[in-house]
Design a protein around this ligand. Structure first.
Ligand code: 3Y8
Ligand code: NAP
Length: 248
């Protein structure tokens, strides 16, 4: 019998969970516990880390998991690497549901960089209004350019003092084009720093930047190990269904 583990935390993972619940496939949804009140899911849900790849392997064995679906965010690299290692160790089928990266349009003004430190270096020296749309966990390096007026956007209100003076918007998204245009205009934002998350939930700021002619410092995705990868929920459900068909 199939028992799937969904490594979630994204809007795509939520759509997948709904499809799996509708198909009455036995599954568990997993959050990393990054936010105070993650969205409810129509499946039994666990919250928190597994304890590295070995902890995930133990969980797979203990819970009788037969399939693992990595539907985490493209920047959740450690979780994805652990999933490959644990599934190899336990011989568990693994599939990744991963949305395509955003592709630079001719009208986009992107400065593409490989990591956060390169994004800091790409910012100008002259003080400017800068929108850091990269969440909470990776903002400390921007203290090196504290001459800028920063706007941050977090899912939850900040719990600790910020590494530099900044204005924090608390919002979990998904975001709208009108909302992004309004925010960028009223704050006089001149630069945006973003990660190439892909998908629709965060692309409104990219479209707004294009319309306003703003430069975007775009951080490219981390390298991930090779694993079976699809871009649609239907392909994941078919993958499960195919095995159900064979194993039934
Ligand atoms: C805990 C689950 C839904 C899902 C919403 C998507 C869309 C909005 C875009 C900006 C960029 C950012 C951030 C972002 C997006 C969706 C989706 C997506 C980016 C939730 C969620 C969890 C998280 C974790 C959180 C990170 C943070 C990153 C904010 C839930 C809302 C910036 C990524 O405070 C923290 O520690 C936050 C941590 C990882 C990156 C960071 O380093 O701060 N996501 N985001 C998941 C878990 O615990 O397992 O709370 O319900 C999910 C969503 N985040 O409901 O439709 O892409 O699917 N999330 C980035 O750089 O793109 C926001 O502001 O423009
Ligand atoms: P990460 O750096 O790749 O993972 C760090 C550790 O967090 C993992 O090793 C694991 O801990 C735990 N973890 C992460 N995701 C988990 C999950 N779904 N279930 C159980 N444990 C999980 O992860 P991250 O970038 O902080 O992302 C955390 C969560 O936020 C993920 O669910 C991701 O999909 C979601 N998210 C992330 C981003 C982003 O920009 N990174 C954007 C949107 C949503 P152990 O080693 O102890 O097992």
């Amino acid at each position: 019998m199939t028992r799937a583990l969904i490594l979630g935390g994204t809007s795509d993972a939520s759509v997948l969970a709904a499809a799996i619940a509708r198909a009455s496939i036995d599954a568990v949804y997993s959050y990393g516990g990054r936010t105070r009140a993650p969205a409810d899911q129509p499946l039994p849900t666990r919250i928190g880390g597994f304890g590295g790849a070995s902890g995930l392997a133990d969980y797979i064995r203990r819970e009788g998991i037969t399939h693992v679906i990595d539907a985490t965010h493209p920047f959740a690299a450690e979780m994805s690497r652990n999933a490959v290692e644990a599934c190899t160790e336990t011989g568990t089928p693994l599939i990744a549901l991963e949305r395509a990266p955003w592709i630079k349009a001719s009208a986009d003004n992107w400065i593409e960089v490989v990591n956060v430190d390169a994004a800091v270096a790409a910012l100008p020296d002259a003080p400017a209004n800068v929108f850091l749309a990269i969440g909470r966990q990776h903002i400390a390096p921007f203290a090196a350019k504290s001459q800028h007026s920063y706007t941050l956007r977090f899912v939850d209100p900040p719990e600790a003092p910020l590494p530099f003076a900044a204005d924090v918007i608390v919002s979990r998204g998904p975001f709208t084009l009108d909302g992004e245009l309004e925010m960028l205009r009223t704050r006089g934002i001149a630069w945006i720093v973003a990660r190439n998350s892909g998908g629709d939930g965060a692309r409104a700021k990219i479209d707004a930047a294009r319309l306003l002619g703003l430069p975007v410092i775009m951080i490219s995705r981390p390298e991930l190990p090779v694993r079976l990868r699809v871009e649609s929920v239907g392909e994941v459900v078919q993958w499960l269904g195919h095995r159900i068909c064979l194993g039934a």
